[in-house]
Design a protein around this ligand. Structure first.
Ligand code: HEM
Length: 413
């Protein structure tokens, strides 16, 4: 079945006539509907336009490829495919972009890239959020002597052969970012387990958790360094990069950002390739100044707007200024700086309701109380923190003792 799909995808794409204006012109210029030498040339152009684009959102991608074009692209997209009727509004949108950027193959390539990205990336994010296994682009078309055939893309979500999607890596990153954000805004809270290595993260993803986080305590302990000491910077980066290849969104616990310099923190976060971070305001036994902490958040959001910044407030974790008014003040600072979520570990139940009533932004708390209770208090994200790591360590020691105690029958491993 898959081999047959590959054979069909190797057939030529439907022919589009040359010339014209508006959408007809666009179709005749883009890699998607070209074959032979024209396809080779346009494919190289497309790939070169995507090179080095490290966008974290569709908006950012549009800014890199064709500033101000995203609204026009939304109008063009429903008329793009040759089997679709061309709307007058789509023709007009193409002509406006041509007037601004020139009637060149490069303009067409830029518009084409954004059109290809537009609906498919949203559909991909929806699939990641809902767990629906159907391909985001369900089918494509090919030309045969008998006419146009529809090719089911099950098993080949990014196509195959010469026309396979050149935006796969970028699209996956953006879609995961979109999905991770969406997971905070569903009816049920996001239940987020914290892993400390690839094996635990992959096992949690395979068990059906829609996203996976890391625990700085577990990552530090696994590498023999103290938590929140800043010594796990490279271990955290290595793990985050490894986990970014998982098929689900990943969020990394980056302690206090491993630097006091906002630009350094922002570059560090950009280098992780993950969909979210936890950035804490605890610094050892004291709290960072909220204005300085807010600067770190602003820098991260400016550099990687698609990365979900969960601003952790450590008042109650450290037992320093552990009052609801301090939490609210800090939350206001961090939200004004662009934080996407607030995380207050050890926040007492009555205070949880105060925080969720004060802000629309998702509140994250540590697991412990029944999920339904936390949901009813308005909590949008419940994470395990270091509890899985601690449980695994205890189980490891207990299992070793049980297996190696006198009289135990040792089974095959
Ligand atoms: C950043 C986002 C994206 C960009 C820039 C992009 C770009 C492109 C381009 C330019 C092509 C035409 C390549 C050619 O004809 O040689 C293409 C094809 C394709 N894309 Fe993407 N794409 C994006 C997202 C996605 C997503 C999210 C999916 C679905 C998971 C997807 C699925 C496909 C498929 C199936 C094809 C092949 C169509 C065929 O062979 O008929 N794309 N993409």
């Amino acid at each position: 079945m898959l081999a047959m799909t590959e054979e069909l995808l190797n057939l030529p794409v439907p022919h589009v006539p040359a010339g014209g204006s508006g959408v007809a012109w666009l179709r005749s210029q883009v890699v998607r509907f070209s074959e032979g030498a024209e396809h080779t040339r346009r494919r190289a152009l497309t790939t070169s336009l995507l090179e080095g684009v490290d966008a974290t959102t569709l908006d950012e991608l549009a800014v890199r490829l064709l500033p101000g074009a995203l609204d026009e692209v939304a109008v063009i997209a429903p008329s793009y495919q040759p089997h679709e009727p061309i709307m007058e509004t789509a023709d007009a949108a193409v002509e406006r972009l041509v007037a601004r950027h020139g009637r060149t193959e490069t303009t067409a390539a830029r518009i084409g890239l954004l059109v290809q990205a537009w609906a498919a990336t949203r559909a991909f994010a929806d699939r990641l959020t809902s767990g629906d296994p159907t391909p985001p682009v369900p089918l494509t078309r090919r030309a045969t002597a008998a006419g146009i055939v529809e090719v089911d893309l099950t098993g080949h979500p990014f196509g195959h052969g010469a026309h396979a999607c050149p935006g796969r890596e970028l699209a996956t990153k953006i879609a995961k970012n979109m999905a991770f954000r969406a997971l905070h805004h569903r009816d049920e809270p996001l239940l987020l387990p914290n892993a400390w290595d690839h094996a635990t993260a992959a096992a949690l993803q395979e068990a059906g958790f829609p996203a996976v986080a890391t625990t700085s305590f577990g990552v530090s302990a696994a590498h023999g360094v103290p938590d929140a000491s800043g010594l796990a910077k490279e271990h955290t980066r290595t793990l985050a990069r490894l986990l970014s290849a998982l098929p689900c969104p990943v969020t990394a616990d980056v302690e206090g950002g491993f630097s006091a310099d906002p630009d350094e923190v922002a570059e560090y976060v950009a280098s992780l390739g993950v969909s979210g971070i936890n950035l804490e305001d605890g610094r050892g036994d004291h709290l960072n100044n909220p204005a300085e902490q807010a600067e770190l958040i602003t820098a991260v959001k400016r550099r990687t707007p698609g990365v979900f910044v969960n601003a952790r407030i450590d008042t109650h974790w450290l037992g320093v200024d552990a009052t609801i008014s301090e939490v609210l003040t800090r939350a206001e600072h961090y939200l004004a700086a662009g934080a996407d979520g607030i995380f207050v570990p050890r926040l007492p139940l009555p205070d949880i309701a105060t925080v969720t009533a004060a802000f629309d932004t998702p509140l994250n708390v540590l697991a412990g109380e029944p999920v339904e209770r936390l949901r009813d208090l308005g909590v949008r994200r419940i994470s395990t923190g270091s509890q899985l790591f601690r449980a695994a360590r205890t189980t490891t020691v207990e299992t070793a003792k049980a297996l190696l105690s006198p009289g135990t029958r040792s089974g095959a491993a």
